[in-house]
Design a protein around this ligand. Structure first.
Ligand code: MG
Length: 302
């Protein structure tokens, strides 16, 4: 056999092997598509999103729109547990995640500031557990929080050890702590969903999870890859906003495309919440309703 006919034969052989392996791959991807289509989009709002003067009015609006999650701030949460439980009683809306609200920060160099974090964070985690929340969102340190431990391997190890303790505490309360990656202007050391998921993994506690925020995910090269990198095991929450100026999804037109990210969420069988964290550039009732409809259409398309 000369070199030319050898190449031809092996190319054909290769194609035959490839063709035979395509058949089961297609079948399983069809099954995967069917399973993915069964995944529901659970929309959640932070407290400032819905129009309304009171919490009850906001929840009425949410209920009419089919929003099933409510994300309050952690600030003062301990004193609001009963208020929130009563307000949600009889509604098809549950507490999704709790948005931060603690004082101090976990990577503070000053022991008093670290202690402030430990005390206030644990109080919020306890309240989150009582409310059946998916977890309490936290950032280990914003760029502006100083003095901060140096960005070294030792600090990362320390962070994982501290998160392990906090995660185990959260688990004992029936909830979690959720690491939120931000963009480089806000927290340069934890920018990607994969960064947060890897820290969660290394913290080695089921009580430590990660999330993605479509606004900060401008740092990612792929929305799909970002969510896939965390997978169902670590992805515990998602924030959403318009992608040009962080207003209601849809306010920035074409750029407000979440389809690739949604496709990943459907494929991993994500069963937590996609929660609005954004401003509003016009009539709130109109824009919020349009945003919810847009997300439902894109979820369907994904
Ligand atoms: Mg966010």
């Amino acid at each position: 056999m000369d070199r030319r006919s050898f190449l031809k034969t092996s190319a054909i052989g290769g194609a035959a092997v490839a063709a035979s392996s395509i058949i089961p791959a297609c079948a399983s991807s069809k099954d995967g598509k069917k399973a993915a289509n069964d995944v529901a989009l659970n929309i959640s709002f932070q407290e400032g999103i819905a129009p309304g003067e009171t919490l009850a009015e906001k929840l009425d609006f949410m209920q009419n729109l089919g929003v099933v999650g409510f994300e309050p701030s952690g600030r003062g949460l301990k004193g609001r547990v009963k208020e929130i439980q009563d307000a949600l009683n009889g509604r098809n809306i549950k507490v999704s995640a709790i948005c931060a609200g603690f004082s101090g920060f976990i990577l503070a160099e000053d022991p008093a500031v670290k202690n402030e974090f430990d005390t206030t964070m644990r109080e919020i985690v306890e309240a989150a557990g009582e409310l059946g929340s998916t977890g309490v969102i936290m950032v280990p340190a914003f760029n502006g929080q100083k003095p901060c431990m140096p960005h070294t391997q030792e600090t990362r190890d320390y962070l994982c050890e501290e998160l392990h303790k906090l995660g185990e505490f959260a688990k004992s309360c029936g909830t979690t702590v959720i690491l939120e990656p931000l963009n480089r202007k806000e927290a340069y050391f934890m920018r990607l969903v994969a960064d947060a998921a890897a820290i969660a993994r290394d913290a080695d506690s089921e009580g430590v999870k990660a999330m993605g925020d479509f606004w900060h995910m401008q740092e990612e090269t792929s929305d799909y890859g970002a969510f896939m990198s965390a997978g169902k095991q670590y992805l515990q929450h998602v924030h959403i906003a318009s992608r040009g100026n962080r207003k209601m999804p849809g306010e920035n037109g074409e750029v407000d495309n979440y389809v690739e990210g949604f496709r990943a969420l459907k494929q991993i069988g994500y069963d937590k919440y996609v929660s609005f964290e954004c401003g509003c550039g016009g009539d709130r009732a109109t824009l919020v309703t349009a945003a919810v409809n847009l997300l439902r259409a894109q979820w369907e398309e994904a």
